[in-house]
Design a protein around this ligand. Sequence first.
Ligand code: SAH
Ligand code: SF4
Length: 377
Amino acid sequence: MGLSEEKLVAFFAEFGEKKFRAIQVMKWIHQLGVTDFDEMTNLSKGLREKLKQVAEVRAPELMQRLDSADGTAKFLFRVGGGNAIETVYIPDGDRGTLCVSSQVGCSLDCSFCATGKQGFNRDLDAFEIIGQVWHAAKSFGQLDTANVADRKVTNVVMMGMGEPLLNFENVVDSMNLMMHDNAYGLSKRRVTLSTSGVVPALDKLADYTDVSLAISLHASNDEIRNTLVPINRKYPIAVLLDSAQRYIERMPDVRRKITIEYTLIDKVNDRPEHARELIELLKDVPVKINLIPFNPFNLSNYKRVSEGALRRFQKMLIDAGFTTTVRTTRGDDIDAACGQLAGQVQDRTRRSQRYKLDAEALIASSSDVIPVKLVQD
Ligand code: SAH
Ligand code: SF4
């Protein structure tokens, strides 16, 4: 299920089969929801038999689906070893956004994020990432219809559990399938990768994909950001924004903007001086800003921004000329709001030890897609 077009074509070439066979199978899986080779009726019987012997089309195992009073749905997937990951579907008018996970837990340990507090277990395979989209599309009946207007999943954001750029190849393959005409066919404007700032990987992203980019900034200066997003100590704000800007500049579409995510936490980063500093910081960067009221969870002492501070902050940014939206809290009755996704993670980092990025290894590696390696500090 997770094979990119190139990998699927290479797989079929091993049997002496042509490219169009790979495309046929890709359509069966991602557009028609079929995983049983026997049902792929436009393949010859001989090929179907051969495929059954050497391959399987496997989706992640759906454990549970929870539906919120506001229409938000949360899918829980069993991913082995006592671990589970979460995917959230957020309907909003004629848009349906799926928030997809990339890792079991997260090693980056941002102080305001429930996923970070759970520790890290492993990267998800590509089939487990695209499989979240497959399951959601299938459960909404989307795979039974060829009519684009009937699509329920219209947008995907890599904003679930995990840091997508630390699982580079699997995330890139999955996102390219989301946009592939023979798979989910979503436009690049509707598929967004969110990162807390793994700069060496971001520097390579444009070589492999052209998805929309969101940066989890959350602070107007390095001092505050160091306390919220620890990876900032390695790749500070200026370095991160520079990398993000280079990514966007490589996109042919000149109107594209970087989305800046800014989680507002009471008295931490929600003051007028922070808004002023943010305006100065972003004045020459092509951005739109998405303010996220902090969602509390039980391992955190931070408090949600007050309504007054939120609106004051937003107004200052709008008055300064920035497109600034507020992300409404959805699905918090089923713990599906931003930062509440914790799934079930058997932590392998022993939390007291920090993992650090071996950025040098990545930079030294040629142009191959090499996932950023995690090494123990
Ligand atoms: N690892 C990636 C993507 C997953 S997090 C990243 O950090 O960008 C998705 C978004 O939710 C990020 O912007 C993250 O900072 C934000 N978030 C995390 N915890 C939150 C919380 N408790 N309340 C509100 N937003 C939160
Ligand atoms: Fe990881 Fe993103 Fe949570 Fe930070 S905010 S711990 S990078 S999932």
